[in-house]
Unconditional design. Structure first.
Length: 197
């Protein structure tokens, strides 16, 4: 009789991203560059209102503090307009990101959380990585993320591609469809086969 070995539980999460909203974009960016010893943004761009999920963001930048593929530690700064922003979008914390070791681990954790009644509010394939977004009881956004590429070279190359320059946001995904497609394409273990601890 053929038995399938259940996939290993996902590894420990690592803090990967902290995103701040501000109406003083240049001042905050300059301060954090000084704070991190002259660190230059790994990405800085105007959005032109093209980000469908967050159209209020005018500019954004990411300061990559540390990288050890597939993990990164990034401080992001999102510029929002001043007086016409709804209270929840004023200056402060935008979201926290925790990175998984792989897409397989992201899918396993998704299934574990779903079994506990915790489901994402929305999900995105951002191009370099894919993310499932959750809300905690206080309304804070918590992002679970994993890279879409097997190697750091492929991952970094995507940031220089025309596709990424034209669409830094990526596109929304249905988590169940995305998991099914990637599992079939990459022969990843199916989350349903995971035994709950």
């Amino acid at each position: 009789m053929h038995t399938t070995t259940p996939p290993r539980p996902p590894g420990p999460l690592q803090i990967s991203e902290i995103i701040l909203r501000t109406s003083r974009f240049d001042a905050l960016k300059d301060w954090y560059q000084v704070f991190f010893g002259g660190l230059r943004p790994s990405l800085e761009t105007g959005t032109g209102g093209r980000l469908k999920s967050v159209p209020h963001i005018e500019r954004l930048c990411f300061l990559r503090i540390h990288a050890a593929f597939p993990y990164t530690q990034v401080l992001g700064i999102f510029e929002v307009p001043g007086a016409d922003v709804a209270p929840r979008m004023q200056a402060g914390l935008d979201h926290m990101q925790f990175r998984e070791r792989s897409l397989a681990d992201l899918f396993v954790r998704y299934a574990m959380l779903k079994d506990q009644g915790v489901t994402p509010t929305h999900c995105f394939n951002h191009g370099p990585s894919s993310s499932f977004y959750y809300r905690d009881p206080d309304g804070n956004t918590v992002e679970l993320s994993a890279v879409n590429f097997a190697t750091e070279q492929e991952y970094m190359a995507f940031f220089g591609s025309d596709g990424f320059r034209q669409n830094v946001e990526g596109h929304p995904i249905d988590p169940e469809q995305f998991i099914a497609q990637r599992t079939a394409a990459d022969a990843l273990p199916t989350p349903a086969a995971v035994e709950m601890p």
